[in-house]
Design a protein around this ligand. Structure first.
Ligand SMILES: Cc1ncc(COP(=O)(O)O)c(C=O)c1O
Length: 459
């Protein structure tokens, strides 16, 4: 049906007429016309004009197993045929949800043995924040309701998630809730000044402690942070940061929520970013790579010390969603975890990431506009800068990143730009030959960008 009408329907016009998109300036979109993605296989997308595009972002950081995985389609079809839906309220469960909860408890860091299901990363974050407040209420400490996050943090687009996140535009436009606070992110390249990365890691962690002392630990429910801040620019903290955060949260009796919506399920070369950095979270929010984005599902992983209070003392937990533990989503997640395990995609993400970074450094390490090439596993970033010696940003922050991103697309590569930082996070299935294509297309795009803006770059 779609093929038949493909030639006759003006998809862009129809989209502009009725479709409101997320995080979009619609006037600008309508002036340019939207890109229609029609199919995908492996790491490649195809658009309505027949262009083949290497997806350097795995969709929105989620298509870990790559496109076109029949195993996932089959798992969904089999489960839809057997039991397409039933809820998990009212003393009811379903087999895929039970099996998935057990499997996630096995994969999660030590002491994390319980799972609450939702549909999106934002809902997982909301669930974590509400659970933190329920936990402290139950323990007779209702004042512990403030939450500390970081500037440039992204925790989703529901009202609680956007409030926990540190994206100023989101706060300005739709308002944020009271009792949320944001401190300096561990972004050495942009904020570290003359400090070494190690010194800055401790400094940034102590900013959290300062905020705790200012608000009073008796008023604080939780600190929330992404192990690596993704949408904020793939900000990889110095190795001194997370050990300090562990200490601070423990000493001040504050719950530590690791938002692993991006870093969960192998992106860093470990199952969780918490494993990679040695984080000791009380709760972990996950989504995206759990189903490789084939179907919506998120999972909040809960440590025994929180779960035991909820189970034994809270009474009824007044929280949940129609689709919590959706059997089809859980069946797809189980099949997706099989792929990650059987194809060793978690173990190989580390070496593949090293290779990608080495090739990126060979291609662009000396480029006058490239300030830093960083990464962990298969998530990374390239800082475009006006002066690589002083790490100076461009005058109009974001303009050069946007130009570069547009050249990338013209050259058949999806990369994301945050400010003037170019981000990548390809499917974990990417091959060495495909890494070469990614690097070659990016190098060409950086060259074209430089030709346009070289007056702004110090040599
Ligand atoms: C760290 C983090 N948390 C939460 C979210 C929100 O997830 P969703 O868009 O599925 O609601 C995202 C989305 O990118 C994310 O990166």
């Amino acid at each position: 049906m779609l093929d038949i009408i493909n030639d006759t329907v003006d998809w862009q016009g129809l989209d502009a007429a009725h479709h409101l998109h997320p995080f979009t300036d619609h006037k600008d979109l309508h002036a340019r016309r939207v890109r229609v993605i029609t199919e995908a296989q492996g790491v490649f997308l195809r658009d309505g004009d027949g262009n083949e595009i290497l997806d350097g972002m795995a969709g929105l950081w989620c298509v870990a197993a790559g496109y076109g995985r029949k195993e996932l389609v089959d798992a969904a079809a089999a489960q839809m045929t057997k039991l397409p839906y039933y809820n998990t309220f009212f003393k009811t469960t379903n087999q895929p949800a039970v099996l998935l909860a057990q499997r996630l408890a096995q994969l999660a860091p030590d002491g994390i043995n319980h799972v609450f299901f939702a549909c999106s990363g934002s809902e997982a974050v909301d669930s974590a924040l509400r659970t933190a407040r329920v936990y402290w209420q139950t323990l007779g400490k209702p004042n512990k309701k403030h939450v500390i996050g970081r500037e440039y943090g992204y925790h989703g687009s529901t009202t609680l998630g956007a409030s926990a996140g540190g994206m100023e535009d989101m706060h300005r436009q739709a308002g944020d809730m009271p009792n949320f606070h944001h401190v300096l992110p561990p972004y050495w390249y942009g904020k570290g000044g003359q400090m070494s990365p190690e010194e800055f890691g401790v400094y940034a962690a102590l900013e959290v402690e300062k905020k705790i002392l200012e608000l009073g630990a008796d008023n604080i429910a939780a600190f929330i942070g992404e192990p690596i801040q993704g949408s904020g620019g793939v900000l990889i903290p110095p190795e001194t940061y997370w050990p300090e955060i562990n200490r601070i949260c423990k000493e001040h009796d504050i719950l530590l929520i690791a938002d692993e919506v991006i870093t969960g399920y192998g992106r860093t070369g470990k199952w969780f970013g918490s494993d990679y950095f040695g984080i000791k979270p009380d709760m972990i929010t996950t989504a995206k790579g759990l189903t490789s984005g084939y179907i919506p599902l998120s999972a909040l992983l809960v440590h025994d010390r929180v779960a035991e209070v909820m189970i034994n003392q809270t009474g009824e937990y007044y929280h949940g969603f129609t689709y919590s533990g959706h059997p089809v989503s859980c069946a797809v997640a189980l099949a997706n975890l099989d792929i990650l395990e059987n194809e060793k995609l978690v173990e190989t993400a580390g070496p593949k990431g090293e290779l990608l970074r080495r090739k990126m450094i060979e291609a662009l390490g000396d480029h006058p506009m490239v300030g830093e090439i960083r990464g962990v596993g298969l998530i990374g970033a390239i800082e475009l800068t006006a002066d690589r010696r002083t790490r100076k940003p461009f005058g109009k922050v974001g303009s050069v990143g946007t130009i570069c991103r547009d050249f990338c697309i013209e050259n058949g590569l999806i990369m994301r730009a945050t400010r003037d930082t170019m981000l990548f996070s390809p499917p974990l299935t990417i091959s060495e030959a495909e890494i070469d294509i990614l690097v070659a297309r990016f190098k060409k795009s950086v060259g074209q960008t430089y030709d346009k803006v070289k007056d702004e770059v110090a040599l």
